[in-house]
Design a protein around this ligand. Structure first.
Ligand code: ADP
Ligand SMILES: N[C@@H](CCOP(=O)(O)O)C(=O)O
Length: 326
């Protein structure tokens, strides 16, 4: 969850008068997600999601996110659609926060991803990359290579509280990533946070993608690397090659990879592990105790980073290179 901003029934009912959604019947904060405040709304017109945008979301980026969701939906990608006010606006303001109301997406995220789930996610990710190809706006990745060191430095001198020696290990890994990060791979709009909690399934089928608030222009294969980190590890920390094969082959069945993208996967996975370890680390040290937010453990991504550091070739992710390259 997250609910960082509390709203009263009076505030919400007043906000809703701008929309043609009828009267408010009920609302409650959603205890999932970590970035924004989300509320489940029931009005006379049906069920909706109200999102209030919090700290990491820049107000200027909101037209990109909302426009991207509309663009993807027009091209057949199942994702939430912003509801417009009677005046035609997708974005409003509530409790001092920018906010928007979205259509409710049926389905649930899976707590136990299987190789079939991974294959479906790979296909959906590649479908999203293709559908976003002609989107007219750009957004630079605010959490790419150049931002990792400042984020690390902003964690201050408490990093070793998480694990002794962690600060030095991060410093060394960042130096490697800064010196070796790939250039000249195909780029485009990526989701950049396609974790299991952002993919819904209904009756065994993938029913939609949510949470586009990290979406940005970056290397397409970096999205796949984020997916390998988020979907293909077991609770005991081991990498599941069957899931890895499912994810990558599912992706490549829609958008075949280049040999250079395949070769870059291990370093892209190291970068993805670093990125999620650092945001978790920052939150771990900075989100106040008692917030209605579940903090995520940075050590999970430290373990994943260590795994990827030991990978000598992308074939170790479990797939047949000839089946995924063009
Ligand atoms: N359009 C939607 N339809 C149904 N549920 C949604 C929708 N958007 C958000 N949710 C619910 O809200 C939760 C948090 O949303 P998410 O966008 O992941 O938040 P955050 O940006 O804070 O990570 C999701 O796990 C889901 O339960
Ligand atoms: N996926 C990130 C945290 C952000 O997750 P969200 O889906 O709640 O926005 C992580 O696991 O660190």
């Amino acid at each position: 969850m997250a609910v960082y901003t509390d709203i009263s029934e009076i505030q919400l009912a007043d906000f809703l008068t701008d929309y043609g959604l009828g009267a408010l019947l009920s609302y409650k904060g959603i205890a999932e997600g970590v970035e924004n405040s989300n509320f489940l709304l029931r009005t006379e017109a049906g069920t909706f999601i109200l999102t209030l945008y919090e700290k990491r979301v820049n107000r200027d980026d909101l037209p990109f996110f909302v426009g991207l969701m509309e663009h993807l939906a027009e091209r057949g990608i199942s994702c939430p659609l912003p509801v417009h006010t009677k005046a035609g606006e997708a974005l409003g303001e509530l409790a001092g926060r920018p906010g928007a109301i979205f259509t409710f997406l049926e389905g649930m995220w899976t707590r136990r991803p299987t190789a079939d789930h991974c294959r479906a996610v790979g296909r959906a990710m590649a479908g999203m990359h293709a559908a976003a190809g002609d989107f007219g706006l750009r957004r630079e990745n605010g959490l790419s290579l150049g931002e990792w060191r400042p984020l690390f430095e902003s964690c201050g001198d408490r990093v070793d509280e998480i694990e002794p020696g962690l600060a030095a290990a991060i410093d060394e890994e960042l130096a490697f990533l800064e010196a070796n990060w790939p250039a000249d791979l195909p780029d485009g709009i990526i989701h950049a946070d396609l974790f299991p909690d952002n993919v819904f399934f209904l009756a065994g089928e993938l029913s939609g993608l949510i949470d586009f608030y990290f979406a940005c222009n970056d290397l397409l294969a970096y999205d796949l690397a984020i997916g390998l980190c988020a979907w293909c590890f077991e609770a005991d920390g081991s990498f599941n090659v069957t899931k890895g094969r499912g994810l990558i082959e599912g992706y490549a069945s829609v958008r075949p990879l280049s040999a250079a993208e395949v070769a870059a996967l291990p370093i892209l996975c190291r970068g993805a592990s670093m990125r999620f370890m650092l945001t978790r680390l920052y939150d771990w040290l900075n989100v106040p105790e008692g917030s209605f937010v579940t903090k995520k453990d940075p050590r999970e991504y430290l373990r994943k980073l260590r795994f990827h550091r030991a990978v000598a070739s992308a074939a170790e992710y479990g797939f047949d290179i000839d089946r995924v390259t063009q």
